[in-house]
Design a protein around this ligand. Structure first.
Ligand SMILES: C[S@@+](CC[C@H](N)C(=O)[O-])C[C@H]1O[C@@H](n2cnc3c(N)ncnc32)[C@H](O)[C@@H]1O
Ligand code: SF4
Length: 372
């Protein structure tokens, strides 16, 4: 088993762009939900065939967990799962939660990697995003975590924001890449249905960057990251050599993982499983050991399609020894066309996206999908 994901569905505030699963009113039931998480860890102990290489606390906002809650979760993990010696243990931390007491608690339980949601270097943007921190809070939080001894820090940024100029994005990238961090995740703003951002866009209060500007910002990201010695190992992810996220890489490399907590997904090589996206129903369901998840066995075509979709996103690409042996005529013609457009390239026996191709990743993968 490569990884364990724990979804912590609590947030202090509702960010305008976010459609991940979380609640902002959780104080009445947080203890029960953490107990259910522990119970799920116990139920699923036999799914892990080998030692865990990574553990990832995602959310929601895992940095809202109290020290005692974290300790109780780790007690369950250590009781029922084996960890490799160099197990990567990541916690997604919001800047406003990064203080000496929390850093101490996190390092005592074994967290050795932080993913810090900075998002932007503009206080104006943080305001319409409804974030709970300022730019200065974010920069200070990173410095404090570094002084405290965290040596593996990732920062999340979002580009394609309303009004974000190429110049300001360049300044943001340069400033962030010079903070002494090891990893950067940068996502293009997606306007998700049913979010406050969607409403703001529909009512013309905000207008996200157009596609050309978003593409230019992506290219700037690729160039700046490279200039600062960061390796572009997945479309939205960059790291100093050797410091890519083991956990997220296991998703992209199609390795098995267990996901616990409401809305968490799992994959065992053949089957996908997803937990219910509702905190109360999850807690009750786990309590009764009934009705808190669904699953499906992937067909051979579905497995193949996912491998293409995920593989093409990474620097490891698609192994042609496994995929090209039986391309259909139509698929071969597509590949020729994408090569002519300079969207894909072959290196040895690997099919890779070019930087321009990365802007069309989903479309390229979809053209190679097979339907049942
Ligand atoms: C779901 S959040 C969890 C981490 C943490 N709560 C935080 O806010 O930093 C993970 C990351 O997804 C990204 N994200 C979430 N919604 C997005 C959207 N609509 N468009 C682009 N990026 C988004 C943000 O960069 C965020 O840091
Ligand atoms: S972006 Fe993070 S803090 Fe904001 S609502 Fe989503 S999960 Fe919560």
């Amino acid at each position: 088993m490569s990884g364990l994901y724990l979804h912590i569905p609590f947030c202090r505030k509702r960010c305008t762009y976010c459609d991940f699963h979380f609640s902002t009113t959780f104080e009445n039931y947080r203890t029960d939900l953490i107990a259910a998480l522990g119970q799920e860890l116990y139920f699923r102990k036999n799914e892990s065939q080998s030692a865990l290489r990574s553990i990832y606390f995602g959310g929601g906002t895992p940095s809202l967990l109290h020290e005692k809650e974290l300790q109780s979760i780790f007690k369950e993990i250590h009781q029922h799962y084996e960890l490799t010696k160099d197990c990567e243990i990541t916690l997604e931390a919001n800047p406003e939660d990064i203080n000496e007491a929390n850093l101490k608690a996190w390092s005592l339980v074994g967290i050795n990697r932080l993913s810090i949601g900075l998002q932007t270097l503009s206080d104006g943007d943080l305001q319409w995003m409804n974030r709970a921190h300022s730019v200065q809070d974010g920069i200070r939080a990173i410095a404090l975590a570094q002084r405290f001894g965290f040596e593996n820090i990732s920062v999340d940024l979002i580009y394609g924001l309303p009004g974000l100029s190429l110049d300001f994005w360049r300044h943001t990238l340069k400033s962030v890449l010079e903070l002494g961090i090891q990893h950067l995740s940068a996502y293009c703003l997606t306007v998700e249905p049913k979010t406050a951002l969607n409403y703001m866009v529909r009512t013309k209060k905000l207008q996200p960057a157009n596609e050309v500007l978003q593409s230019d910002q992506f290219m700037e990201l690729v160039n700046q990251a490279q200039m600062h010695g960061f390796e572009h190992y997945e479309i939205s992810n960059f790291s100093l050599p050797g410091l890519h996220s083991k956990h997220n890489s296991s998703y992209w490399q199609f390795l098995p993982y267990i996901g616990v907590g409401p809305s968490a997904h799992s994959f065992d090589g053949k089957m996908r499983r997803w937990n219910i996206r509702n905190n109360t129903q999850y807690t009750r369901g786990v309590g009764k050991n009934d009705g808190w998840f669904d699953c499906e066995i992937l067909t051979p075509n579905e497995l193949r399609n996912e491998q293409i979709l995920l593989g093409l996103r990474t620097k490891w690409g698609l192994d042609l020894n496994r995929f090209s042996t039986n391309w259909t005529k139509k698929e071969s013609a597509q590949i020729e066309e994408f090569t002519r457009l300079n969207w894909i390239k072959v290196q040895g026996s690997t099919l890779l996206l070019t930087d321009i191709g990365k802007l069309h990743a989903d479309g390229i993968a979809a053209a190679l999908f097979r339907l049942d």
